[in-house]
Ligand binder design. Structure first.
Ligand code: FAD
Length: 476
């Protein structure tokens, strides 16, 4: 099944981080094999026909600011392998109950102009960070930068980033529009917005909206995976799917192995080859909230009350900052809100290949407690109806994935956690355990390269890139 008896490196898992790791290793002239449990490769970057023939849905990742911002992916000729980016005019829309919407546009000025009393405050907060975004994102998309390469920008960022998102939004802004926009961005943290450092998520995602945009690949997230896989193969790398690695004895001969899995799986597969102290750290690793996801095939686009929502693919539904904060608090309490904060993406408005002519797709999820079995279909659809009356009349078919279905789809989504572990301040840089180089383990041949290492979740490949760097040092 494999072309060689032995490889320099084996990568277990073909998510964006697994493929990024394999590409880095192949670029260094080493032999590498990727083993993937699922029949299809790509982990959290896959697309499928989830509802009806002719409709293409992204099963997991849908919008890719971190892919285009990734210092590693930016160096790869992925366009040569079929990847084509589609940029909606605005990064995101946040409809309000008064029938208008706040837009995060590419320009800081244009966005601020839509924020009434908070025009100047928004510009003061965002403009300096956006002006230095390349350095800032390079520092943030990796392990703790010691020393930081761009200290002044990092200090300016850190002074606000360490705040709880709700506190920062309430202090910086006077009006509901700017507060809601910031709350919707920060809620990507999947943490209560009163928690320390949740503002960092609002700032980073806000910076990406202005600095790089929030694009989608034409044809679906699978196209990112397909381009990475084609590039890997062109470099001599191999990929084998439909192979679940259950123990170290399942691996062909290798000098190093990189695991694109989370700590719980690493313990099962390689626990016997790791010392007890490290094993204990992995046992204490914490997972976060899960997601409940719905995809729809629609008889036409979502009928938004605020027409400006049609300028963005990503839509944050939840109304005011206070309401979004209440929804995230409820998830943390274990009792999801019946008015959840909903992330919605309307791909087909900007990419006609996703649905038959005249029809449309919509993708959405809300946060739920880890492993929750509560059906959130109705609360999610009610939130959409609130800002788009008549939405339900356009539904032709729907696909529903609760946390258990997310985990069946990809074993890394433990209890529906899409980030490979909670991303609070305590665990962001110490994932999966406290080590100088977090991608290494006490076993010199074993590395971890998934989003359970810094910088965490998202399709950026930086966990894989840094893990490969560590593994290549060992190979030398
Ligand atoms: C619903 C959802 C929405 C998301 N939305 C976005 C978004 O819009 N933008 C964004 O940037 N990110 C988004 N993400 C997050 C993003 O998908 C992940 O952070 C990213 O895919 C993590 O990459 P990874 O390589 O670390 O792991 P994964 O992509 O999870 O890949 C891990 C791979 O390892 C395989 N594997 C696991 N165990 C084994 C084993 N024992 N043997 C062999 N193979 C194994 C799995 O099958 C999987 O293919 C979303 C995720 C989900 C689930």
């Amino acid at each position: 099944m494999f072309t060689r008896k032995s490889y320099d490196a084996v990568v277990v898992g073909s998510g964006p981080n697994g493929l990024a790791a394999a590409i880095s290793i192949a670029q260094a002239g080493r032999s590498v094999l990727v083993l993937e449990a699922a029949e299809t490769i790509g982990g959290g970057s896959r697309s499928a026909n989830l509802t009806l023939p002719g409709f293409t849905h992204d099963i997991c990742s849908a919008i890719h600011p971190l892919t285009v911002a990734s210092p590693f992916f930016r160096t790869l000729p992925l366009e040569k392998y079929g990847l084509e980016w589609v940029y909606p005019p605005a990064a995101l829309a946040h409809p309000m109950d008064d029938g208008t919407a706040v837009l995060a546009e590419r320009s800081v000025e244009a966005t601020a102009a839509n924020l009434g009393v908070d025009k100047a405050a928004y510009q003061r907060m965002m403009a300096p960070l956006v002006a230095n975004s390349e350095g800032l994102l390079a520092d943030l998309l990796g392990p703790l930068p010691m020393p930081p390469r761009h200290p002044m920008t990092l200090v300016r960022f850190g002074l606000r980033a360490l705040w709880p998102a709700q506190g920062l939004a309430n202090i910086q802004f006077k009006g509901e529009r700017a507060r809601a926009l910031f709350g919707g961005l920060a809620a990507h943290a999947m943490l209560p917005l009163g928690d320390i450092a949740t503002a960092s998520f609002g700032l980073v995602l806000g910076v990406t909206a202005h600095a790089v945009g929030w694009p989608m690949p034409k044809g679906g997230a699978q196209k990112i995976t397909d381009a990475l896989a084609a590039l890997l193969r062109s470099l001599g790398g191999e990929i084998a799917s439909g192979i679940t690695v259950r123990s170290m004895s399942d691996l062909p001969a290798h000098r190093v192995v990189l695991f694109d899995v989370t700590p719980r799986q690493l313990l099962h597969i390689a626990g016997d080859s790791l010392p007890s102290g490290y094993r204990r750290s992995l046992e204490h690793y914490r997972y976060g909230a899960g997601v409940f996801k719905v995809d729809w095939a629609l008889d036409g686009p979502v009928p938004w009350k605020a027409k400006e929502v049609n300028q963005a693919a990503t839509v944050h539904l939840g109304g005011t900052l206070a309401e979004i904060a209440a929804s995230e608090r409820a998830v943390a309490r274990g009792d999801p809100s019946d008015k959840p904060y909903v992330l919605l993406v309307q791909h087909s408005l900007f990419d006609a290949s996703r649905a038959p002519e005249g029809k449309a797709t919509a993708w959405a999820y809300c946060h739920v407690p880890n492993g929750s079995q509560i059906d959130m279909t109705d609360p999610i659809e009610k939130q959409i109806e609130r800002f788009a009356p008549g939405f339900r009349d356009r539904i032709i078919a729907r696909s529903i994935m609760d946390p258990a279905a997310m985990e069946r789809h990809n074993a890394n989504n433990i209890g529906g956690d899409i980030n490979g572990g909670i991303q609070d301040l305590r665990q962001l840089y110490t994932r999966p355990a406290i080590r100088l180089v977090p991608y290494t383990t006490p076993n010199e041949a074993v590395f971890i390269c998934s989003s359970s290492t810094p910088p965490g979740g998202g399709v950026h490949g930086m966990c894989g890139f840094f893990a490969a760097r560590a593994a290549l040092r060992q190979l030398r």
